[in-house]
Design a protein around this ligand. Structure first.
Ligand SMILES: [Zn+2]
Length: 249
């Protein structure tokens, strides 16, 4: 096969994934064999779960589309301004359940605080993460691009920021979660749902001052941790308000 050249133009914040030198520039790739558009896009550093629309010479294609000759490739992120019809979109926004890699402990806590179901094991290896993702149908959250590039990843996201609160906002945006926020309904430690309990049922597990000052209690259905609106709660509430302030429009 005669070598041929394809040109890729990455739109929106997909330039985040490109090497510093190539940012904002059109990238050229020389190919000498039939190659899937997914492989060419990922060879530039952009994981496929970040890509919502690919146009090859103006026509929308799927990730498996085989490139055989020179072409112009436009690559768009999720929720870009580009208004192509739904069927040509490569991602769904609707994920509500997640699995986060071991480096995203604070993001996990924030998302659980907002009521979202996030599987997390600080020591999980890549294979375990992908296993949980597949068997429990969860979207993968990781800053490891190589991991996101695995073919088995159907939905996933790489937080751009290093800051947990900003990451939380990014995830809410990416998966359109704002309307699904239900604060203080999930255990921050183990991810199980919290259940309302009568004070009388937990009173012998409480410190003396907690017994006096608080009347509403919730208990984790998984690890039995008891939650109430104590001082740690107001700290959490403050963080929640900070995150919510970003969605007041
Ligand atoms: Zn728990």
């Amino acid at each position: 096969m005669k070598p041929f050249t394809v040109r890729l133009n990455f739109h929106g914040d997909l330039t985040f994934f490109l090497g510093r030198k190539t940012r904002v520039e059109i990238i050229e790739r020389s190919l000498s064999e039939k190659t899937s558009v997914k492989d060419v896009v990922e060879s530039c550093g952009v994981p496929h779960p970040e890509v919502d629309l690919i146009l090859v010479d103006g026509r929308p294609v799927k990730f498996g589309y085989a490139l055989e000759r020179g072409a112009d490739i436009e690559v768009y992120p999720v929720q870009s301004a580009c208004t192509y019809v739904e069927k040509d979109r490569l991602q769904s926004t609707g994920a509500k359940r997640f699995v986060a890699d071991g480096h995203l402990g604070k993001l996990t806590r924030n998302l659980r605080l907002l009521g979202f179901d996030v599987a997390y094991d600080r020591q999980a290896q890549d294979r375990q993460l992908l296993g949980v993702m597949e068997s429990e149908n969860r979207a993968l959250l990781t800053r490891d691009r190589r991991l996101l590039m695995h073919t088995v990843v159907k939905a996933g996201y790489c937080p751009r920021s290093q800051d947990a609160n900003e990451q939380t906002i990014e995830v809410i945006r990416r998966f359109d979660l704002f309307r699904s926020i239900t604060p203080f309904t999930r255990c921050l430690r183990c991810n199980a749902p919290l259940q309302k309990v009568r004070k009388a049922d937990v009173i012998n597990k409480l410190e003396p001052l907690t017994k006096i000052y608080y009347k509403d209690f919730r208990r984790c259905a998984g690890c039995s941790q008891i939650y109430w609106a104590g001082s740690h709660f107001s700290k959490l509430q403050k963080r929640l308000d900070e995150i919510r302030a970003n969605f007041n429009d």
